[in-house]
Design a protein around this ligand. Structure first.
Ligand SMILES: NC(=O)C1=CN([C@@H]2O[C@H](COP(=O)(O)OP(=O)(O)OC[C@H]3O[C@@H](n4cnc5c(N)ncnc54)[C@H](OP(=O)(O)O)[C@@H]3O)[C@@H](O)[C@H]2O)C=CC1
Ligand SMILES: O=C(O)CCC(=O)C(=O)O
Ligand SMILES: [Mg+2]
Length: 417
């Protein structure tokens, strides 16, 4: 297919999906979107590290052929003000696997989130955010090594879907009249109104992915996180549908927490995954005080957004927290943090969030050796206290380096390993 502005690399093979499995050659084309704000700093730095690790791992036998795709401000410049070009969406689907930097969303006005639009348009229904501790990283916890969880956040529904009606608008007036007169609802006159859709379909496919992940990665529990005591028919329904799905589709490998205590005296038998649930507010305390009890978390969209930033802080902060937006095959990996505008273009921030999102991508395409090299190099460089500003302010005697300097130190460590 011909693109207007996207230039696919001259060599390399597109990733294909065959019978639900990725077919990846030794010369795959991967898409990348630089991102707004600090995207200009972290994306080139990560490219250096990823390419060095691929070269070291496979000695030239394997190589990534990168295809630049455009979203956000850079797209606006290229496509005459279009921040969300249709051909980028086509290319993301066509290439199957891509990685993106952060994209700006204005607060309280302007366009809706490009990130959310991307997730909804391509139905990238699971936002997967692993949270684990690397040696040497500064943490506020006494035992940060106990944090090793993966958040599966529903990515298309909830108040995050953007169904909102502004106070004073015609739509708001119409909806408010309907709610008051036909549904008996009572609320203040000038209230802005948001809608919170949570479906069985959306909840079950998310929980299915979380349980499948637990099975594939030998994790012992999946916790459904919800505020179902208050929002009974949305968050409470998410919990109910989660348990239903576990029983219907994974009944042979899952047990509930009640069964764990009633039948097994608190110790799950080998091969059984415990499905449990916790109310969202207490989950923030539990993940601080007893993180070892939680391995896979399944959440709705907004709770997962809050929880993932909070957990990131336990293992080094936003500069290091990776993530992915996934459909059944198409995946767009991305940093968990945003565009951090005050640091944009200053070659200052930590590139590790995007870098580890890239590691998730290499694992996804079946190149785990790349991840291993990057993780080892990261622990070596951070262990030597060579770090970007965010870690430097928490580590006594640190050598503070730029984004590019940190990437160079990682490349050197990879080459010497
Ligand atoms: N997926 C995406 O594309 C996302 C986009 N956004 C968008 O980003 C914009 C800014 O959002 P904001 O709430 O300020 O959140 P940001 O994540 O952009 O920044 C908040 C703070 O987090 C720290 N931080 C973020 N990234 C890094 C990094 N790589 N290295 C070190 N520290 C980092 C900085 O902390 P400190 O000040 O302490 O140094 C920064 O000021 C908004 O438009 C928002 O919509 C937000 C989240 C995700
Ligand atoms: O889309 C945005 O601008 C913010 C999204 C966000 O915070 C997230 O997905 O973690
Ligand atoms: Mg967020």
């Amino acid at each position: 297919m011909g693109y207007e502005h996207i230039k696919l690399p001259e060599s390399g093979d597109k990733i294909r999906v065959d019978n639900g499995r990725l077919v990846v050659s030794d010369q795959p084309i991967l898409g990348f979107i630089e991102g707004d704000g600090i995207g200009v700093d972290i994306t080139p730095a990560c490219m250096k590290v990823w390419n060095a690790a691929v070269e070291k791992a496979y000695g030239g036998k394997r190589k990534v052929h990168w295809a630049e795709l455009y979203l956000g401000e850079k797209a606006g410049g290229i496509y005459g003000g279009d921040y969300f070009p249709a051909e980028t969406l086509e290319a993301v689907k066509d290439l199957v696997v891509s990685i993106k930097g952060p994209l700006t969303t204005p607060v309280g006005e302007g366009f809706r989130s490009l990130n959310v639009s991307l997730r909804q348009t391509l139905d990238l229904y699971a936002c997967v955010r692993p949270v684990k501790y690397y040696q040497g990283v500064p943490s506020p916890l006494k035992k940060p090594g106990e944090v090793d969880a993966v958040i599966f956040r529903e990515n298309t529904e909830d108040v995050y879907a953007g169904l909102e009606y502004e106070s004073g608008s015609d739509e708001n007036r119409k909806l408010a009249k309907f709610l008051r007169e036909e549904m008996g609802a009572d609320f203040f006159e000038d209230a802005g109104i948001g809608i919170k859709p949570i479906s069985a379909y959306g909840s079950k496919r998310l929980v299915r992915k979380a349980i499948q992940y637990a099975i594939d990665n030998d994790r012992k529990s999946v916790t459904l996180v919800h505020k179902g005591n208050i929002m009974k028919f949305t968050e409470g329904a998410f919990r109910k549908w989660g348990y239903e799905l576990a029983a219907e589709e994974f009944g042979d490998v899952t047990i509930t927490e009640d069964e764990l205590w009633e039948k097994y005296d608190g110790t799950a038998p080998d091969g059984k995954i415990v499905i449990k649930d916790r109310i969202a507010d207490i989950m923030f305390q539990l993940m601080l005080l007893r993180p070892a009890e939680f391995e896979v978390l399944a959440t709705m969209n907004l709770n997962g957004d809050y929880l993932s930033d909070s957990l990131a802080a336990e293992v080094g902060g936003m500069g290091i927290a990776p993530g992915a937006n996934m459909a059944d095959n198409v995946a767009v990996f991305e940093a968990t943090h945003g565009t951090a505008p005050k640091y944009a273009g200053k070659d200052m921030v930590n590139p590790s969030s995007l870098m580890f999102s890239g590691c998730m991508m290499f694992d996804y395409i079946g190149w785990p050796e790349v991840t291993r090299l990057i993780e080892q190099a990261f622990e070596k460089v951070v262990g030597d206290k060579v770090v970007t500003y965010d870690f430097a302010r928490q580590i006594d005697g640190a050598t503070k380096v730029a984004t590019s300097g940190f990437a160079d130190a990682l490349v050197e460590a990879i080459q010497q390993s």
